[in-house]
Design a protein around this ligand. Structure first.
Ligand code: HEC
Length: 157
């Protein structure tokens, strides 16, 4: 192969690899199993959201400043049903290691449940909160976790 052709080939391979890494994961509704619809949202995706969609890892975990904001968002949007410390009320506790939907032990699963909703009163937060706000809330929920550390799947995904 001529040197130039080789170079073209290498460049094409590199481009292919980069585009594979840049692909978003597929997010599915917790109940419907259908792909979540991110189109038509009235928000600009933040870098954290973009990163999260590619990795399934919440970049805000452990970020004290964001966790504080997440706590305040939780108390307006979620605590009425889940309790101020997410200890459970109308909706289940979110601070222990029992999950109705086991995938909520991963951040990808938790996001899918918050964005797309679950049964009954757990309505989709799509359009009510921005995706970035959902990540902020998730970082607080993870920060108050009291369950078995071995079951904290979001730490190792
Ligand atoms: C109007 C009441 C209500 C509000 C507001 C609400 N939830 Fe829920 N949530 C529920 C109920 C009821 C369930 C149980 C639904 C089910 O089992 O399918 C639930 C389930 C969940 C689950 C699944 C828990 C598991 O064990 O798998 C998560 C996660 C969750 N809610 C997070 C949130 C977050 C975060 C917010 C705020 C953005 C929120 N919810 C707001 C009522 C509510």
């Amino acid at each position: 192969m001529r040197k130039r052709n080789k170079l073209v080939l290498v460049a094409a391979l590199l481009a292919a690899t980069v585009s594979v890494f840049a692909d978003d994961l597929i997010f599915r509704g917790t109940i419907s199993g259908e792909m979540l619809d991110f189109k038509g949202l009235n928000e600009t995706e933040t870098d954290a959201v973009k990163k999260f969609k590619q990795t399934g890892v919440n970049p805000y975990n452990g970020n004290a400043e964001v966790i504080k904001k997440g706590e305040s968002l939780f108390s307006t949007a979620c605590s009425g049903c889940h309790g101020h410390l997410a200890e459970g009320k109308l909706g289940p506790a979110l601070s222990d290691d029992y999950w109705t939907y086991p995938k909520n032990a991963t951040d990808k699963g938790l996001f899918e449940t918050i964005f797309g909703g679950a049964e009954g009163m757990m309505g989709p937060q799509r359009g009510r909160l921005t995706q970035d706000e959902m990540l902020q809330i998730m970082s607080w929920v993870r920060s108050i976790y009291q369950g078995d550390p071995d079951k904290a799947k979001w730490l190792n995904n």
